[in-house]
Ligand binder design. Sequence first.
Ligand SMILES: *Cc1c(COP(=O)(O)O)cnc(C)c1O
Length: 455
Amino acid sequence: MKSKLAILGGNSIRTKDFPNRKSMGEEEIEAATRVLKSDVLSGFIGAAGKYFNGGKEVIEFETLWADSYNFKHAISVNSWTSGLQVAVGAIGLEPGDEVICSPYSMSASATVAFMYGGIPVFADLETDTYGLDPKSVENRITPRTKAIIVVHIFGYPSNMDSIMKIAKKHNLKVIEDAAQAPGVYYKGKPIGTIGDIGGFSLNFHKHIHTGEGGLLVTNSDKIALRCQLIRNHGENAIEAYQLKDISNTIGGNYRYTELQAAIAIEQFKKLQAILDHRKVVGAFLSSRLREIEGLNIQKIEKGCTHSYYMYPIRYDKNIFGVSRNLFLRAVSAELPKPKYWDTTPITEGYVKPLYLNPIYQNQIAIGKKGFPFNLNKQVKYDYSKGICPVTEKLYEEELLLSPLVREGMKKEDIKDFADAIEKVVENISDLRDSNLSNDPSQDVYDAIKAIDENV
Ligand SMILES: *Cc1c(COP(=O)(O)O)cnc(C)c1O
């Protein structure tokens, strides 16, 4: 249908704000109040014994999550960044070991390797899952490779069958970063324990949260114990556990509080309903976008689920003849200006490929002498632009992300979003013929910057 685009002075599709996310209910308030009244805000003691693994709420929360997915062990931590660091230690990383990482994730999915003297090596992505491309992973393997950190980015599982096959063949450990994918399944199996260890984030932006927090899961008794040691001053407990191999058991304080755990129990009870709602809303959006040439949406494989932490769309500028940024600005102009990240309709690019960050560019991580890169003197690590072309193209030209597939959003709201996209697509020639800039550095509005900083 021909109509004047809002960015060219026409009427917009919608002016009413999108509904905000509301995450805390009476249940959480009651749980928090109960713990406050008990006066026991943390149940941990930093020495072996009854309280080494936390208090009543912490144990109950871990048990609840583990039992729901048949995970043998769940270990809560104060953030998923802490969890990833604990996981890297628990699998026995040695200084100088290489860890194959995704370049397109929250920075911690790679930097945690440094904490044990490991060196992140980046493999490229496949565009159907946005997870690690098994072929690229295999190309990056050297005699020094110890582990792969797989990220189930945006809430869709990575290609675990192929990754696990490669890991077995080369005797590598696999860590699953499922921060964005709680309760997600890969070919019928819950993600998190398909690899050796995995886990979830409970930070404010995730599906369920306690402000900050994280949860490790594993089916290995040995790895679970090592996680518990690293979480809580393990050096004080190794004798009590009669541990022979005491390497990597120096602990931090990554403990989760009783207050957070009590809230987390109530949050967890809501997880499946959140996922069910996102599935309905996500499927509706997909049904609207599927037929549009030039917008590529994710295909959900049989037995796999999507948590829609973000709804990803791959934009083909050759079909539309305008830059992704101009398309994004035109869609955004059809919709209310967001007041906060959760009502931002659409954003572009996700994060800069991680290897382009200064730590990798300068190979300065711990101290000033180049540790740990300098542990393998014979190796020249390459973090130059061009090493992951698929990722760079996603970042620079292709990827659009929407955080609107979430609780609080109804089909009518998603319909407006889809209508806005459709209107821009139908009138793309007006956009092409306009004198609006295709310059990718044009700001849509400040909120879009906010989402990049916050997610
Ligand atoms: C959120 C997130 C993290 C970090 O989790 P925190 O709990 O904020 O420390 C790591 N990886 C991915 C993919 C994330 O989305």
